[in-house]
Design a protein around this ligand. Structure first.
Ligand code: GLN
Length: 295
C-alpha cells in the first residue's frame, strides 16, 4: 500500500542542507531579517509556523515591527529549529505542535502526527455521539480523536494505547486542554473493561514493506503506530474482531484505514457480525473510513 502522508511530501528531497543555514547573530537580529532567513530556507508557510509556534510571533507582528530585535534565546531556538527541519525532521516535531479540528495538541516522536484524514473520522463519529454516550478510542497516540470528541460532544471518553510514552503525551494534552477523559494502557482490548456506545480507532495500517517507511515524515514517526504487518491489516483485525464484546446493543465502530483496504475491512466487519456497513470517502475522493453497527 502506498503511505498516505508520504505522498504529500514530494519536495522533501529538495530541501536545503543544514550547512546552508546562515548563522543569525545574537543581539543584532531583527524580526524581518530572521523571518526572511527562515522563509528562504523553509518557505513562507513553514516560516510562519516556526515563528507562531516557537516564538509566539505572528506574521502581522513581524510586518508591524520589522526592526524589533530578537533576544538571544529566540535566535538560538530559531536557528536550531531551521537546522532540524532542513535535516528532514517533521515540522510538527520541530514546533512540537499540531492543530486538529478545534484543538491544538503537543506532539513528539512517541506519537503519530495527527492527519487531516483523521479529522474526517471524528466528523463521521460525531453523527453517532451525544453527551450521554460512552466512547472508546483505541490506539489514541496524541489523543487527537479522543480529545476532539470530548471537546465537541462532552461524551464520556476512554482513550487507550499500548505505548506508555504515547499515553503520557495524551495525558499532558488532556491536562493542558482541561478535558477530562479516562486513560488506559492496553494492547487493543486486553485491559479494557466496560461497554461503549461508540468505538473509534486509527490503528497502524501501513504494510510492513511499504517503501515510504524509508522517507519523509514516516522515517521519524513511531513504527508501532504505523506498521500494520505484512498486509497492513493486523491492527484492524484486532480492532474489528474484538469490538462486538465491548459495544452496547446497536453500538457502532468506526475505523480509519488505507485507501486500498476498503474491501478487506468491510469483510472484517461482516465477519464480526456488523450490519449497516459503509465506507466514507475523504475530501480527496479516497475510501478512508469504514463504519458498522451491531444489529
Ligand atoms: N495515514 C498514515 C500514513 O499513511 C498512516 C496512519 C496509520 O497507519 N494509522 O502516513
Amino acid at each position: 500500500m502506498q503511505s498516505d502522508s508520504a505522498r504529500s511530501d514530494p519536495k522533501a528531497a529538495m530541501r536545503p542542507q543544514p550547512e546552508d543555514v546562515q548563522n543569525l547573530s545574537s543581539g543584532t537580529t531583527s524580526l524581518a531579517h530572521a523571518f526572511a532567513m527562515a522563509r528562504h530556507r523553509l518557505g513562507e508557510r513553514e516560516a510562519c509556523a516556526l515563528f507562531r509556534d516557537l516564538l509566539s510571533i505572528s506574521r502581522t507582528k513581524i510586518a508591524a515591527n520589522p526592526d524589533q530585535l530578537l533576544d538571544d534565546g529566540d535566535v538560538a531556538k530559531l536557528t536550531s529549529s531551521i537546522v532540524r527541519r532542513c535535516r528532514g525532521e517533521p515540522l510538527a516535531y520541530v514546533t512540537g505542535r499540531r492543530g486538529f479540528r478545534t484543538i491544538e495538541l503537543a506532539v513528539g516522536p512517541s506519537v503519530l502526527i495527527p492527519r487531516w484524514e483523521t479529522e474526517e473520522l471524528v466528523q463521521m463519529a460525531l453523527e453517532h455521539i451525544a453527551s450521554s454516550s460512552r466512547v472508546l478510542d483505541l490506539g489514541t497516540g496524541s489523543g487527537c480523536i479522543a480529545l476532539a470528541i470530548r471537546k465537541e460532544t462532552g461524551a464520556d471518553v476512554t482513550a487507550s494505547d499500548v505505548s506508555a510514552p504515547g499515553l503520557e503525551v495524551c495525558r499532558c494534552n488532556a491536562e493542558t486542554l482541561g478535558l477530562g477523559i479516562q486513560l488506559v494502557q492496553s494492547c487493543w482490548y486486553e485491559s479494557i473493561d466496560g461497554i461503549f456506545d461508540v468505538i473509534v480507532s486509527n490503528p497502524p495500517y501501513v504494510e510492513s514493506d511499504d517503501p515510504h517507511f524509508q522517507c519523509g515524515d514516516l522515517l521519524h514517526e513511531p513504527r508501532l503506530a504505523l506498521d500494520g504487518g505484512p498486509d497492513g491489516l493486523a491492527g484492524l483485525r484486532h480492532v474489528v474482531a474484538g469490538a462486538p464484546a465491548h459495544l452496547s446493543e446497536g453500538g457502532r465502530l468506526l475505523v480509519e484505514h488505507g485507501c486500498d483496504q476498503q474491501t478487506q475491512v468491510q469483510l472484517l466487519f461482516t465477519a464480526a457480525g456488523f450490519a449497516d456497513i459503509a465506507t466514507h470517502h475523504d475530501l480527496g475522493g479516497l475510501p478512508r473510513v469504514t463504519q458498522g453497527a451491531l444489529p
